[in-house]
Design a protein. Structure first.
Length: 246
């Protein structure tokens, strides 16, 4: 079932919102769950849907499972750095560090409710288990090597293509690509293109500041596989990523 966010929702990103009043769907969701009779409720974070799922599991006495997908505390720190960019470096760093610590504490508190948790890297799984007192398991992940393969490459020759795929947001540090472009141009290198696949709040800034850039938006399926294959080098500038650990 789908739940529509209302007037009280606020933006987390250009295409992602949070509705603190999502609990107004309580009766509707409970009715559907009673018909469906789930054995467990799985939530993916402390957002509006996660909080509603936690509440439903509690009301129906159903085991709750939660998985960790995003380092929200690190995102909070990066966004606070950007928000207070007008302050001296030391002050800005202290504000970002305090916000990150408070956000982490809040997230860890939320994750003590499930029967067990899952995380995409061992470091986070160990941290969740230590703070929640509940078991935490590693989520395996990988790449479809048939779809994402050099055989999908369609270009030969032409400018050297520097690629990025992901959300175009502050926490992904995507402005680094603009700095890379300036450095290459300053060295007299012009035979290159910077291809940034994805969308987000930084897209307009990148469009204005990249002279050699291509921003095709969100790609999926064969189009995404070909975009990867047509890159000559892949750049991942993010200073934080949940799936980066072992």
């Amino acid at each position: 079932m789908e739940l529509k966010r209302g007037f009280a929702s606020f933006a987390l990103d250009h295409d992602l919102r949070c509705d603190p009043l999502l609990s107004r769907y309580k009766k509707k969701v409970l009715a559907q769950l009673r018909v469906f009779r789930p054995d467990a409720v799985h939530i993916t974070g402390p957002g509006d849907m996660g909080i509603l799922g936690l509440w439903m599991a509690h009301l129906l006495h159903i085991p709750l499972i939660a998985s960790w997908h995003t380092n929200l505390h690190e995102y909070a720190g990066r966004r606070l750095e950007k928000t207070f960019s007008f302050l001296p470096t030391g002050w800005r760093a202290r504000i970002a560090a305090a916000g990150e610590a408070k956000s982490l504490a809040a997230c860890l508190w939320f994750y003590h409710y499930p029967r067990f948790t899952m995380a995409p890297n061992r470091t986070m799984a160990e941290r969740l288990e230590a703070h929640s007192g509940r078991p935490s398991f590693l989520m395996s992940h990988g790449v479809d090597t048939e779809r994402f393969s050099p055989v999908h490459r369609r270009r030969s020759g032409g400018p050297f293509r520097i690629g990025y795929v992901g959300r175009l947001t502050t926490e992904k540090n995507v402005r680094l690509l603009a700095g890379l472009e300036r450095a290459l141009l300053a060295k007299g290198k012009t035979n290159f293109r910077i291809v940034m696949v994805g969308d987000g709040s930084e897209r307009d800034w990148l469009r204005r500041n990249l002279r050699q850039g291509e921003l095709p938006g969100v790609l999926r399926g064969e189009a995404l596989a070909q975009a990867f294959a047509d890159m000559d080098v892949f750049v991942f500038p993010s200073r934080t990523d949940t799936f980066a650990g072992s």
